[in-house]
Ligand binder design. Structure first.
Ligand SMILES: Nc1ncnc2c1ncn2[C@@H]1O[C@H](COP(=O)(O)OP(=O)(O)OP(=O)(O)O)[C@@H](O)[C@H]1O
Ligand SMILES: [Mg+2]
Length: 449
C-alpha cells in the first residue's frame, strides 16, 4: 500500500489533495503543522510527502531537511504559494523531488507529480536492493552441508524462491536450521528487497497476536493512541515468518485462517479490508499432523499451511554434514577470535560422527565456538571434546568405512587411552585397571601421546 502524507495548515488544501489522490491501495494522512508532520512521518513511514513551505510553527525548509535527513528515500513534493518560486528552487536544492504551485489549477499535473514521486521512491529502493544483493546472496551459501538431503534442500530453496509459492511450511527438530532456510527462501526470491518480518507464535499472547499481526486503528483500544501497521502489512510484497506455528492459540488460529486464505485482513478497530501480497513461511518443531490429532491445531489451517512442506532431517540422519559444518564453524569462530586452527584429528572426527547431536546444528556450532575460545592447540583432539562423546564411541562397535579412516596401531592406542581417561575423568588408577596395564606404563604412554 502506498502511503502519502500531506503537511499543510489549510484544511481545505488537505481535503482537496486527499480527494484527488485517493485511490485503492493508497493511504493518505494529513498534518496541519510542521511538528505534527514530522511526528506523523515517524508513525506512518510515508513514501511521498506533500509539504507546504509556509507552516504556522516552523519553516517548511527545516521540515524538508529533517525529513530528508531521517528518511533519505522519501520523496518530498513542495507546495508553494503563488510567487514563491525562489524558495521552491532552494527546496529542490535541499533534496525536494518536485514542486507544485497553489492554487492547483491542473489536477492532472498534481496526480502526475505524485505518481512520478512514487516511482522515484521505488527506483531508489531497487538501487538499494542491488547494493545489498551481494551480501544477501551470501546468505544462501550459508546453508552448509554435503549430504544428499542438504544438497536437495539448497536446490529446493532456489526453485521455491523463484516460484510464486505463497505458503511454505518448514518442519524440523530444534536447531536444524529452519530459520536459516526461511531467510534463505526470502533473500533468494524477488521479494528480497521487501521486508522479512517474523513473529514467534509461542512467545506472543493471544490478545497481542491480533494487533501485532493485523495492526490497529487509532482508538481501537485504550493504548492505541495512533494507528499502527501490523506485521502482515509491513511485510507486504515480502515474507512473514511464523515461527513455532504449532503453538498458536485456537483463537488466533481462527483469526489467522481467513487472512491466510485471501491475504485480506482488517486492522483491529478498522472497517476497511486491506489486501497484501505476502509469502507466509511457517516453521514448527513438532509435526503439525500430530498437533491436529491431539486436537490443538485446526485441521483446516494445517491444510492451508501445508501447501509446500519442507522437512529438515536431524543432524544424526545426515552425518555427511557433520564435518563440513564443523570445519565451517571452526573457520568462522577462529577468524572472529583471531586464532588459527588447522582442523580436527581423525579420532576427534570419529567421535563427532558417532555422537547423536540432540541439539542438532546449533549444538555443533556452540561446541565449536567453545572449543575455539578455550583451545590452544592447532588441532581439535578427542580430549577437547565433552566426555559424552567418548562414552558414545566406546560403546559403538565400528567398522572402518574408508581408506581415509585407516590409522596406525599407535594412533588407535592413543585414542583409546584418551577415551578411557575421559570416561574415568582422568583417574589414572582406574584407567590403568581398565586397560590392563600398570600405572607407570599408562603414565609413560600418556607422555608419549
Ligand atoms: N546447514 C547449515 N549451515 C550453516 N549453519 C547452519 C545450518 N543449519 C543450521 N545452522 C545454524 O545453526 C543454528 C540454528 O539454526 P536455526 O536457528 O535456523 O534453527 P531452528 O531450526 O530455527 O531452531 P529452533 O527450532 O530451535 O528455533 C544457527 O546458528 C544457524 O545459522
Ligand atoms: Mg528457530
Amino acid at each position: 500500500m502506498d502511503n502519502i502524507l500531506v503537511v499543510d495548515d489549510e484544511r481545505n488544501v488537505r481535503a482537496l489533495l486527499s480527494r484527488v489522490l485517493a485511490q485503492d491501495q493508497t493511504e493518505i494522512h494529513g498534518a496541519g503543522t510542521g511538528k505534527e508532520g514530522l511526528q506523523m512521518a515517524d508513525e506512518v513511514s510515508p513514501d511521498v510527502v506533500l509539504l507546504d513551505l509556509r507552516l504556522p510553527d516552523v519553516d517548511g525548509m527545516d521540515v524538508l531537511r529533517t525529513l530528508k535527513n531521517r528518511y533519505p528515500e522519501i520523496a518530498v513534493i513542495i507546495i508553494t504559494g503563488y510567487g514563491q518560486i525562489q524558495s521552491a528552487v532552494e527546496a529542490m536544492k535541499a533534496g525536494a523531488t518536485d514542486y507544485l504551485e497553489k492554487p492547483f489549477e491542473h489536477l492532472e499535473k498534481l496526480k502526475l507529480a505524485v505518481s512520478r514521486a512514487l516511482e522515484e521512491v521505488r527506483a531508489k529502493r531497487e538501487i538499494r536492493r542491488l547494493h545489498g544483493l551481494q551480501e544477501k546472496q551470501y546468505r544462501v551459501d550459508q546453508l552448509v552441508g554435503e549430504s544428499e538431503s542438504t544438497r536437495k534442500l539448497r536446490e529446493l530453496i532456489g526453485k521455491l524462491a523463484r516460484s510464486e509459492a505463497q505458503t511454505i511450511l518448514i518442519h524440523g527438530e530444534s536447531g536444524t536450521g529452519k530459520e536459516l532456510v526461511a531467510r534463505g527462501l526470502h533473500y533468494e526470491s524477488v521479494r528480497r528487497d521487501f521486508p522479512f518480518m517474523e513473529v514467534n507464535c509461542a512467545a506472543i499472547t493471544e490478545t497481542l497476536f491480533e494487533s501485532e499481526l493485523f495492526g490497529h486503528e487509532k482508538g481501537a483500544f485504550t493504548d492505541a493512541k495512533a494507528a499502527k501497521k501490523g506485521l502482515m502489512e509491513l511485510a507486504d510484497r515480502g515474507t512473514l515468518f511464523l515461527d513455532e506455528v504449532s503453538e498458536m492459540s485456537p483463537n488466533s488460529q481462527a483469526k489467522f485462517l481467513r487472512s491466510l486464505q485471501e491475504r485480506v485482513f482488517r486492522r483491529v478497530g478498522g472497517t476497511r479490508d486491506i489486501k497484501v501480497d505476502v509469502r507466509i513461511t511457517a516453521a514448527t518443531n513438532r509435526p503439525l499432523e500430530a498437533r491436529v490429532k491431539e486436537g490443538v491445531f485446526r485441521e483446516d489451517l494445517f491444510y492451508r499451511l501445508n501447501v509446500i512442506p519442507i522437512h529438515i532431517p536431524p543432524l544424526r540422519e545426515r552425518k555427511e554434514d557433520i564435518m563440513p559444518l564443523a570445519r565451517h564453524f571452526l573457520r568462522e569462530s577462529a577468524m572472529r577470535s583471531h586464532k588459527s586452527f588447522k582442523g580436527f584429528t581423525l579420532e576427534a572426527e570419529r567421535l563427532m560422527l558417532g555422537y547423536p547431536w540432540p541439539g542438532n546444528v546449533r549444538e555443533l556450532r556452540n561446541l565449536i565456538e567453545r572449543l575455539v575460545i578455550l583451545g590452544t592447540s592447532e588441532y581439535i583432539e578427542p580430549q577437547h571434546l565433552p566426555v559424552q562423546f567418548a562414552a558414545q564411541a566406546v560403546e559403538l562397535p565400528r567398522e572402518v568405512s574408508s581408506a581415509q579412516e585407516l590409522r596406525t596401531l599407535a594412533e588407535v592406542e592413543r585414542a583409546y587411552i584418551n577415551q578411557v581417561m575421559q570416561r574415568v575423568e582422568a583417574n589414572k588408577s582406574k584407567a590403568a585397571k581398565i586397560l590392563g596395564i600398570s600405572r607407570q606404563t599408562l603414565r609413560k604412554k600418556l607422555m608419549e601421546g
